[in-house]
Every structure is written in structure tokens, then in C-alpha cells.
Write a protein that binds this ligand. Sequence first.
Ligand SMILES: NC(=O)C1=CN([C@@H]2O[C@H](COP(=O)(O)OP(=O)(O)OC[C@H]3O[C@@H](n4cnc5c(N)ncnc54)[C@H](OP(=O)(O)O)[C@@H]3O)[C@@H](O)[C@H]2O)C=CC1
Ligand SMILES: O=C(O)C1=N[C@H](C(=O)O)C[C@H](O)C1
Length: 237
Amino acid sequence: MKIALLGYGKMGKAIEEIAVNRGHEIVLRVSEDIEAYNFDGLEIDAAIDFSIPKAAYKNITTAFKHKVPVVCGTTGWLDDYDKATELCKKEDTAFIYASNFSLGVNVFFELNKKLAHMMKGLDDYAVEIEEIHHTEKLDAPSGTAISLAQQIIAENPNKKGWQLDHADKDEVPVYAKRITDVPGTHTVSYKSKIDTIEIMHMANSRQGFALGAVIAAEWIKDKKGIFTMRDVLSSLF
Ligand SMILES: NC(=O)C1=CN([C@@H]2O[C@H](COP(=O)(O)OP(=O)(O)OC[C@H]3O[C@@H](n4cnc5c(N)ncnc54)[C@H](OP(=O)(O)O)[C@@H]3O)[C@@H](O)[C@H]2O)C=CC1
Ligand SMILES: O=C(O)C1=N[C@H](C(=O)O)C[C@H](O)C1
């Protein structure tokens, strides 16, 4: 497969290593305004965007205009998600956004939904989410923590939203910590006076995110439409 990397930082480089090991070719590396790059004659099978929040929308939609399917892992740009999916449909190409591409976190998402369903009537337990990431991270809370909060809200009619670092009774509090070199740790806790129930996912490196993104690119290559990681991993869940 011929892959374009939109964003060539920590994740772009981790993806390149895995993609090349799986026999793919990187034909474009974008690390500044995408208008500076020429797509002519590249025959890109899929673009993978791990850039920065303020560049993601332009990167993704530029790829769509060249009829290139996009896998996007960049977080912190989702106010423009609906506009991006509309353009994807208009250009008749394909798109997957996931706040987290690792297989482990996608299993963790399924556990979180099940646990939220079991806990929704147990009012003595207060739910909270904690995420820990490296100090270079631009957004807070993490996209993964937002996905976890949205899953809990969807299961529990008493929760109307989430808030960063504090919350009213009808909201899920999300605490964001920044510690040097942490690739990404997410914990969902239910605390009562009697006990605490916790589920946690800790990434030991960026390899899981990168492998999931390459697998998503291989999966989306010849498809059209808007997809999620659940579609890619449908044989598992
Ligand atoms: N969904 C998932 O599974 C995961 C998502 N992420 C997300 O991916 C994103 C990238 O993470 P990470 O690689 O760690 O971050 P980095 O900061 O290491 O990489 C981002 C890169 O994008 C470059 N950049 C700046 N402007 C543009 C532009 N206009 N177009 C393309 N690239 C540009 C930056 O260059 P410069 O430094 O020169 O500004 C930098 O090299 C973040 O949003 C992060 O939250 C991360 C891991 C997993
Ligand atoms: O910025 C990161 O590094 C990560 N970002 C993603 C997020 O915001 O959830 C996924 C992962 O935790 C690493």
C-alpha cells in the first residue's frame, strides 16, 4: 500500500516503522501546512493523520479532495467532525476517526460500556475518569477520556455531560495529569464509602496506537463511507 503520513512527529514516525515492516511504502510525509505539498502522481491508497488539533481538519479534507481515504488519530479537533464526514461523503471516499487505535483500549472501551451499564443504578458509587499523558500533549482531557465519558453518559441517564477537573452531581469528572514520557494511562473508578471498583488501561509504548492505525489503513483502503474502530475490529466484538 502507498501511505501518506499527515503529521510526522512521535506517532507519524512510529507508524512509518510499523507500516514499512508490514510491506507498505510511505509516499508523502506532511509536517507543516498541507498546501505546501504536491499530491500529483502519488497514487496514495490511504492517508494517516496524527498531526495537531488545529491542522487536522485541513489535512483530512485535503486528502478527501484527492479521493484519498483517511485514518485520523489526531485528538482535539472534533468540533469539525460533522463537517469532515459530510465532505467525505460528497467526495465519495472513506474515513475512520478513533480517539485511540490500540487493540487494548478498544477492548477497554467494551469493558467500560459493560461496567457503566452494571453501575448505572448503584447510586452510592461516584464515577470518575483519570488520564495521564506526557507533558507535550496539546489537548486535555485526552480524546480517549472523552470517549470513555461519552460511553458512561450513554449508559447512565443520571449523567448529562462531563467536566475537566471537577463536576456537578449529574456530570462525569475527568482529571488530566501530565507526567514526562507517559504514553497514555486511563482509569475509570467507581468509589463508594465501602469500596472502589477500577478498570485501567496503561500503554507501555506508542506501538499499539501505531499498529492499530496501520491495520485501520489496510482495512479502509478500498472502502467508501464513515467507519469506526469497532467496524475494523468487528470480528473481535
Ligand atoms: N488516536 C490514537 O490512537 C492516538 C492519538 N494521538 C494523537 O495524535 C496526535 C499527534 O500525536 P504525536 O505524534 O504524539 O504528536 P507530535 O507533536 O509528536 O506530532 C505532531 C506533528 O505534527 C506536526 N505538524 C504541525 N503542523 C502540522 C500540519 N499543518 N500538518 C501536519 N503536521 C503538522 C508537528 O510539527 P512541529 O512539531 O514542527 O509543530 C509534529 O511533528 C495528537 O493529537 C495525539 O493526541 C496520539 C497517540 C495515539
Ligand atoms: O497524545 C497522546 O499521546 C495520546 N493521545 C490520544 C488521546 O488523546 O486519547 C490517545 C493516547 O492516549 C495517546
